[in-house]
Design a protein around this ligand. Structure first.
Ligand code: AMP
Ligand code: FE
Ligand code: FE
Ligand code: ZN
Length: 284
């Protein structure tokens, strides 16, 4: 069984439509794929309708969260699977996250325009086309205007928090997210928990607090984790009784990662599904 539990479509910041993503997952030989767009369930229906026979679809979302470590805010991502998309207040929180993304992206673009970069908000909004706007959409505008050759290069030189245009978003409190995902019938997994290249990460004590609050799993195998990070996350999984997952975090051409590059074992997927409080079933 080949299982990839973390991918993005054009319903957020990936470049393949949800339907195309199902075909790509199938062609790559996956048996199970999770669609986990940022802060939205908007791609679920199209993906479900396009799902080829032989491919199981796990409907998910990647939530943008924050946890205060003392007086320092640390941004982090929580994957949520098989929750009720209508459940409040989680649905309202997703809407608020999308609103915050737009506000922040407008301000980042203002900074770039002020700095003489050849893009505009209208161009970025056209590219995002109603999806929760993120830095990859700004990156595509920088590519379209000829400023950089591709989105990964845009991240390296312009979108990185070190380049001076970066602004944080107002994200969802991580402990609250864990509780709301559970209350909505879903399970939660801490995405790329040790990805230090993206910025500060939370302490092991904080992961233990998340586990006590109901966190179900932790990504061990992820393209942004080196061997040390994987060993660290695997140790946390064992110590805290969290399900260890692996996934590609595929984003189409916005990232260099291939779909199915990292995978989750069938046993671990079963363990994750067994932890659902009520829940939707995977499709397929
Ligand atoms: P945002 O949510 O707007 O802060 O943007 C973060 C998103 O940018 C992540 O979800 C990834 O899709 C993408 N990203 C982060 N780092 C990189 C990178 N080095 N290269 C390409 N995409 C990246
Ligand atoms: Fe992304
Ligand atoms: Fe993420
Ligand atoms: Zn992701």
């Amino acid at each position: 069984m080949r299982i990839d539990l973390h991918t993005h479509s054009s319903a957020s910041d990936g470049t393949d439509s949800p339907a195309e993503l199902m075909q790509i997952a199938h062609a790559a030989g996956l048996d199970v794929v999770a669609l986990t767009d940022h802060d939205t369930t908007a791609g679920w229906a199209e993906a479900a309708a396009a799902r080829p026979a032989g491919l199981t679809l796990v409907r998910g979302t990647e939530f943008s969260c924050v946890h205060w470590e003392g007086d320092r805010p640390v941004g982090l991502h929580l994957l949520a699977y098989l929750f009720d998309p209508e459940a409040e207040p989680l649905r309202a929180e997703r809407a608020e996250l999308r609103r915050s993304r737009e506000d922040r992206a407008r301000r980042i673009v203002e900074r770039m325009v002020g700095g003489g970069l050849p893009i505009s908000w209208d161009q970025v909004a056209d590219i995002a086309d109603g999806s929760p706007v993120g830095r990859p959409h700004i990156g595509r505008a920088l590519v379209a205007s000829g400023y950089v050759p591709d989105v990964p290069t845009a991240f390296e030189h312009v979108l990185t928090s070190k380049a001076g245009y970066y602004l944080p978003k107002q994200d969802l409190d991580a402990l609250r997210a864990v509780e709301l995902i559970r209350a909505a019938g879903g399970v939660s997994v801490f995405a790329h928990s040790q990805a230090r290249r993206r910025g500060p990460t939370v302490s092991d004590r904080t992961v233990a607090r998340f586990a006590a609050a109901g966190l179900d799993g932790i990504e061990v195998d992820h393209p942004d984790h080196d061997a040390t990070d994987r060993a660290h996350a695997a140790r946390l999984a064992a110590e805290l009784d969290l399900v260890a997952t692996g996934a590609s975090d595929y984003h189409g051409t916005n990232k260099t990662t291939r779909i199915g590059e990292q995978t989750t074992t069938a046993d671990n997927l079963a363990a994750l599904l067994a932890r659902r409080p009520t829940a939707l079933a995977p499709l397929g």
